[in-house]
Design a protein around this ligand. Structure first.
Ligand code: SF4
Length: 336
């Protein structure tokens, strides 16, 4: 029977899962995920995590608790830096330790450190270390790593085309591209277009985001997110007018996306989805607000999510915002 490795469907899952799935498959390891977030998963996380942790970390705890008894290992890499310029939020760095010391009866945690600022080919070495847990030779781990990189590139290309992570993953797992597939950017044909800014693990987790993307779609609003923008265009935003770029990887990407979309996205409104208890967001939200003030013709709203966010409250705020933007647009059209 194949060894099972558990990957919680939370946090970096939305960014790297296709890579990890391919890598483990190549070295003969079965991957088990915790699936979609549910109220029970969130409640388990809230019960076990530190009270002052941010909502996404509490949720991660819930996903771990959900799969820990069905797997031989948990894969929680200590991801520090992947671009030599920004680092991941300290919560990511401490994640394996938080899980190991706060959750009872966890299987062995694979917490290999990933930091591209150190040594030569640090990521290859990190994945060779992961492979060693399962007896994979350095050569077979390298082969698996190279194949997984191709899968990741394909995944990112699908996101840029406008697929959501769930749609892109489904498409990767169903390589028969002649079969009917979701039509990316179809929603952008609507006459209202919004940018939704924030971290991928908040925006694309339909439970914790209270299904914001689907709600906007139902209200007839097309959506653009940071994942739909080519990394080259984000890189052109440099430090976003600041003396130096933001330290944290996801905050840096979100701020760059905000600058790009306010200037070139031709969007009718901008929403920033922020998580309760997030330190980096308190700074990021201020910087996005400052940029929004320079573009007063584009309405901007911040939506905070926490473990108590309710469907009704979120829907009311969204409907009011969409209504306001729509009327404003119609008024401007009449004046022309
Ligand atoms: S960036 Fe914010 S939301 Fe994300 S893990 Fe860190 S504290 Fe939590």
């Amino acid at each position: 029977m194949a060894v099972k490795v558990g990957i919680p469907s939370s946090l970096l899952f939305y960014v790297f899962f296709p890579f990890w799935q391919s890598f483990f498959k190549e070295i003969g390891v079965q991957v088990v995920t915790s699936g979609k977030t549910t109220k029970s998963i969130l409640d388990k996380g809230v019960r076990e995590a530190l009270a002052d942790a941010c909502v996404p970390v509490k949720l991660f705890f819930g996903h771990v608790i959900d799969i820990k008894d069905n797997v031989d290992y948990l894969f929680i890499p200590r991801v520090v830096c992947l671009n030599q310029k920004t680092i991941f939020c300290p919560k990511f760095l401490g994640l394996p330790d938080m899980i190991r010391f706060s959750v009872d009866n966890v299987p062995p945690v694979i917490d290999v450190r990933m930091d591209t600022r150190v040594g030569r080919f640090p990521l290859v070495k990190a994945y060779q270390e992961v492979g060693a847990y399962f007896g994979a030779s350095k050569i077979s781990a390298l082969r698996a790593y190279l194949k997984a990189r191709q899968v990741l590139n394909h995944y990112r290309a699908l996101l840029i085309k406008g697929f959501t992570p769930a749609e892109a993953m489904a498409r990767l797992n169903n390589p028969d591209e002649s079969k009917p597939a979701p039509r990316p950017r179809e929603n952008l044909k609507s006459n209202l277009k919004f940018a939704v800014l924030g971290y991928p693990y908040n925006i694309y987790d339909s439970f914790i985001s209270v299904n914001i993307l689907e709600k906007l779609k139902k209200l007839g609003v097309g959506v653009l997110t940071a994942e739909n923008i080519h990394p080259f265009l984000l890189a052109l935003q440099k430090n976003c007018g600041l003396p130096k770029r933001l330290f944290w990887t996801f905050s840096d990407i979100a701020l760059k996306a905000a600058h790009f979309l306010f200037k070139h996205g031709r969007v009718d409104g901008v929403l920033h989805l922020t998580a309760f208890g997030c330190g980096p967001d308190s700074l990021l939200n201020k910087f996005i607000e400052l940029e929004a003030k320079k573009h007063r013709n584009i309405p901007f709203m911040t939506l905070m999510i926490d473990e108590h966010t309710g469907e009704a409250g979120m829907a009311t705020r969204l409907e009011a915002f969409v209504d306001m933007v729509r009327r404003r647009k119609e008024m401007i059209a009449c004046q022309r």
